[in-house]
Design a protein around this ligand. Structure first.
Ligand code: KG4
Ligand code: ZN
Length: 339
């Protein structure tokens, strides 16, 4: 029996990813070239530099992913590529490559919303199907989405200011740690006391599904300045553990609220911050009134397997609906909304 293969391409920010999916969700190959080391000296992603690096990396990575999956380009059923949101230059590198390959191999190409990709990441390893709630916590987004059906998404609430990952990165910078800050704080927090400093849990009791991390950041800065005036070295482990606990509690409070408001008890969590060990432990605590569905840690951050699965799912949906072509030409869109 011949199988349907999807090539996923992800280049929305600073990771160049390619993956081959066999059928609905069997990952035949998956490769990622991270630019973290290239951008680390600048303390964040430099957009022009990221786009150039994608152009260098993309073809060798696609080629290697196909070889690992033991197929050739023309045997693909679909190319799924991230269309947005993300950095314009980075998105262009991915979409232009996808169009060129699609034409050369005579394969359809579909544009995928990066957030829909994150939403699919836990499903690569789980039988979860709608309806469910999805918490997306990444460097650019912090939001809770109600997934009524695939393709039918309702935004229940989002951050008023920084995304959770952005807050981690900025907090790490204040503490003199490297980029990206989330993994560093997570690592340091293991040796620290989460009750050492009492940081505010932002918007905990507002009764609305919303997030804010700027006040928490200011509280951390204030604490750091106070400590710098009184001691020689910062208690990094205690600061990390206490900051991490405040972020985690803020996220958990709103997941609980969304579960109460909707009555939906399946919650998927994805995006880079879903790799955070405290958040994972808290979400899966057996006393919770929900079932948490988490991607494996390597698929919390940006990857091409999630883009391939989301793209294949949309492609099949449109084919079922009859006639509407999902592979009409499209342009990358840095602020593409999830609708
Ligand atoms: O999903 P992602 O790879 O890129 C975006 O789409 O934004 O997420 C990257 C973000 C960064 O802000 C990074 O600090 C954060 O995810 N992150 C973490 C952890 N691993 C990555 N934050 C907290 N704990 C972690 N273990
Ligand atoms: Zn992402």
């Amino acid at each position: 029996m011949s199988c349907f293969f999807t090539l996923g391409i992800e280049t929305s920010c600073d990771d160049t990813g390619a993956a081959v999916l066999s059928g609905e969700r069997e990952v035949a190959s998956e490769l990622l070239s991270s630019q973290i080391k290239d951008h680390a000296p600048f303390g964040g992603v430099v957009p022009e530099f990221a786009a150039r690096k994608h152009l260098e990396n993309i073809l060798p990575i696609v080629d290697a992913a196909l070889r690992m999956a033991k197929i050739t380009g023309p045997r693909l059923g679909l190319i799924a590529v991230t269309r947005g949101p993300g950095l314009m230059g980075s998105l262009l590198a991915g979409t232009e490559t996808a169009f060129a390959l699609a034409q050369a191999w005579d394969v359809p190409v579909i544009g995928v919303n990066h957030l829909e990709g994150h939403l699919f990441a836990p499903l690569l390893d789980s039988d979860l199907r709608p309806p469910f709630l999805s918490l997306i916590v990444s460097g650019g987004h912090t939001e809770i989405i109600k997934v009524e059906a695939f393709g039918h998404y309702t935004l229940l609430g989002a951050t008023r200011d920084d995304a959770a990952g952005e807050a981690y990165d900025k907090a790490a910078r204040m503490m003199g740690l490297g980029y990206p800050g989330g993994p560093e704080i997570d690592r340091l927090a293991h040796g620290g006391d989460p009750c050492a400093f009492e940081f505010p849990i932002p918007l905990k009791n507002t009764g609305k599904i919303e997030f804010s991390f700027s006040g928490l950041k200011t509280a951390l800065l204030w604490q750091i300045n106070k400590l710098k005036n009184s001691s020689e070295s910062l208690p990094l482990a205690d600061l990390s553990a206490s900051f991490q606990m405040a972020v985690t509690e803020a996220l958990i409070a709103k997941v609980a609220l969304a579960v109460r408001q909707t009555g939906i008890k399946d919650v998927s969590v994805s995006g880079g911050v879903a790799a955070n060990s405290a958040l994972r432990a808290s979400l899966t605590d057996e006393r919770r009134r929900w079932r948490a569905h988490l991607p494996r840690v390597s698929r919390c951050t940006d990857n091409a397997a999630m883009i391939a699965m989301a793209g294949r799912n949309a492609f099949m949906r449109h084919s079922d609906n009859g006639g509407r072509t999902p592979f009409a030409p499209f342009a990358p869109d840095p602020s593409l909304a999830l609708s």
